[in-house]
Each structure stands twice: as structure tokens, then as C-alpha cells.
Design a binder for this molecule. Structure first.
Ligand code: ATP
Ligand code: MG
Length: 336
């Protein structure tokens, strides 16, 4: 496999106006605005191979959209290098757009007042897609996204889910090699999300599209991406396999214990005294304790509890991926 996307030393600054406080401050702002530089993307580097589907995640304001905008050629970086399929996105935009597709979930790329099919026909002309390819792609889109039902509706009359499906189809009409997705499932219901995910899996497999996906829905990530890149305040904090992320944050597990009769939290803490475990606040007869399996075997904790307390049920679970990622956002990275 070859490298499809190469990014190194990529940074982007924004000039922002800082407001001064109070009425006098407001007056001074008018005369002499206080400009500051915000580094939204800071020395980012990664390589993505052809056919990979990589999740690009991070908290609000981390710099995800700014990165995607540079990768799609909408924004020029302050410094750094990007090549996608050997091209520099912001240098030859017209040529470049024929090789990539992009979906920005927050706003449609389609013409608001045109019927969906008219938008597609326009895109066909713009991208010079021959009729055979057009029909073939529309066949795929209809099979996977069921868009035929609303092809003749104007875009402004579509529901969010219908509109998102059309945006995805539009981005792929010209069979691009690379697809950039910035929150393609935002605001969608469970079924619509599932449709979008299935679609992405399918086009990646059958059309070999390389995909970068930005999302706040970690369900998207778990179902689609083996590899994730986490950015925090513009910097890459983790780049690797999702499975490894779990390992590197420790073998943290959570044991839920149902008791037959009430026991004080204090009593429970006494039972596990000396063990590196952390009890959380109880809910009725249900108590939860967290520990790291590499520090204490689950069996030891369970044995201790069952011997000393009236346990009726036990459940051992790994923390949901949301928590693992939240921990990284909070702690700013993990050892790599
Ligand atoms: N046009 C702009 N002018 C000034 N600052 C901007 C501009 N666009 C983004 N920023 C700032 O750059 C930082 C990164 O923004 P960006 O939109 O890339 O974040 P994001 O990771 O996509 O966040 P979200 O998850 O909320 O979409 C933020 O602090 C944001 O306020
Ligand atoms: Mg964003």
C-alpha cells in the first residue's frame, strides 16, 4: 500500500481580536483593536495509506475543522506541508477537487433551490463524469442510501438525514480517491447514522476510497475506524490503533456489585482495604468500584467481596470508549 496523504509540520494561525473590559475598554477597542494570534493547528504530522479510514477526533475547538479545511484546499496553512495523492491542496484547487470529495455536516454543498437530481447533473458536468459512471454511481447510492425517493425534491425541503445522504452521494459522484468528512452524522437519528456508517464501510471496501472522518460520535469511530488520531489544542496527542488506546490508558475496569441488602459505603471500602481500588457513589443496592487489572486481578477483588458481603450479582466491564477518550482530552495525551 502506498501513502495517500502526507502531512508534516502543519500549522495554522488565526488573527483574533481580544476585547478589553468595560466601557473605556470598549472605546479603546474601537480606536486601537487588540489583535492576537491563535494557533489553531500546531505542528501536526501524519501519514495515511491508500484505502485507510482514519478517525480524526478531539474536543470542541481542538482544530479538526481547520485541519480538514487545509486538507481540502479551502484554507492555506501558515506553515507546513500537505500532499494528497501527490498534489498540494491549496496550490491547484481546480484540478485537486476532481480527486477528492468533502462533506461538511454542518452545511450542505448542494444548491438549496435545485432538485437533488439537478444538483447531481450539475456536478456531473463540473467534474466531467461520463454517463456510464454517473448511472453506475447513482445505482450504488440508491441501493445503499435509498436516495431515489427524494431525487426530485428541492434540497431545502429535505430532512437533515435525507440531505446528509445526498451530500455524501454528491461528494462521491465523480469517484474520488479521497473523502474528507467533517461530522457527517451530526444531528442524525440512530437509523440514519447506521445508514451512513454502512455506506462508508461499503464505498471504502468496494471503491477503495481513503477516508478521514471527524466526529463527536464515538460510535462512528468504534464501528468504522481501526486507527484514530486525537488532537488537543491543535496538537496530535495520539495516533494509533483504537485497540491500543484502550491498552495504553491502562487495563481500567469497572465492577458493578448488586447486594441483597444495604451496606454502607464505608463498610465496602473496609472490605477492599489495602487494594488499589476506587469506589464510586452508590445507587441503592448497586455499588461500583474501579480498578486497574494490571495492579490487582479482577478475581481477587471479586473473591474478597463475595466472601465478606451479601452479593447477589456482579458485572465486570471495560469503560466505554467515551470515557477513555475523555480521559485523554482531560489529561492531554498518553504515552506512545
Ligand atoms: N475563522 C476563524 N477565525 C478565528 N478563529 C477561528 C476561526 N476558525 C476557527 N477558529 C478557532 O480555531 C480553533 C480551532 O477551531 P476548529 O473549528 O478547527 O475546531 P474543531 O476541532 O473543528 O471544533 P468543533 O469540534 O467545535 O467543530 C478554535 O479555537 C476556533 O475558535
Ligand atoms: Mg469542527
Amino acid at each position: 500500500m502506498s501513502n495517500m496523504i502526507h502531512v508534516s509540520g502543519l500549522s495554522r494561525d488565526y488573527k483574533i481580536t481580544k476585547k478589553r473590559e468595560g466601557v473605556t475598554g470598549g472605546f479603546i477597542d474601537l480606536v486601537r483593536p487588540r489583535k492576537e494570534t491563535l494557533r489553531a493547528v500546531d505542528n501536526v504530522a501524519f501519514d495515511i495509506e491508500a484505502g485507510e479510514l482514519v478517525g480524526y477526533i478531539g474536543a470542541n475547538g481542538a482544530g479538526k475543522s481547520t485541519t480538514i479545511k487545509m486538507l481540502t484546499g479551502i484554507l492555506t496553512p501558515t506553515s507546513g506541508e500537505v500532499t494528497v495523492g501527490g498534489m498540494v491542496p491549496w496550490l491547484d484547487r481546480l484540478q485537486y477537487t476532481r480527486h477528492i470529495g468533502a462533506v461538511f455536516g454542518q452545511r450542505t454543498q448542494l444548491w438549496w433551490d435545485l432538485a437533488v437530481v439537478e444538483s447531481f447533473r450539475l456536478l456531473q458536468k463540473i467534474y466531467e463524469v461520463d454517463e456510464d459512471t454517473y448511472q453506475q454511481q447513482m445505482g450504488v447510492f440508491n441501493e445503499l442510501l435509498e436516495i431515489n425517493d427524494f431525487l426530485h425534491q428541492p434540497v431545502r425541503k429535505l430532512s437533515l438525514g435525507q440531505r446528509m445522504r445526498c451530500d455524501l452521494a454528491a461528494a462521491l459522484l465523480h469517484k474520488p480517491k479521497v473523502l474528507f468528512l467533517d461530522e457527517p452524522t451530526i444531528g442524525l437519528d440512530v437509523v440514519a447514522k447506521d445508514n451512513v456508517r454502512r455506506f462508508l464501510r461499503d464505498i471504502r471496501q468496494n471503491q477503495g476510497v481513503t477516508i478521514i472522518l471527524t466526529t463527536h460520535d464515538l460510535g462512528d469511530i468504534e464501528q468504522l475506524c481501526k486507527r484514530i488520531i486525537i488532537i488537543d489544542q491543535g496538537r496530535v496527542h495520539f495516533d494509533g490503533l483504537l485497540d491500543n488506546l484502550r491498552l495504553q490508558t491502562g487495563h481500567r475496569v469497572r465492577l458493578t456489585v448488586e447486594l441483597r441488602e444495604g451496606l454502607s459505603s464505608k463498610k465496602l471500602a473496609q472490605v477492599t482495604d489495602g487494594m488499589p481500588v476506587k469506589w464510586e457513589s452508590a445507587e441503592g443496592l448497586r455499588h461500583t468500584v474501579e480498578f486497574n487489572r494490571s495492579e490487582v486481578p479482577g478475581a481477587d477483588v471479586i473473591k474478597q467481596l463475595v466472601n465478606a458481603c451479601p452479593v447477589s450479582d456482579l458485572h465486570l466491564a471495560e469503560p466505554p470508549i467515551e470515557e477513555v477518550v475523555a480521559q485523554i482530552y482531560r489529561d492531554g495525551g498518553v504515552a506512545q
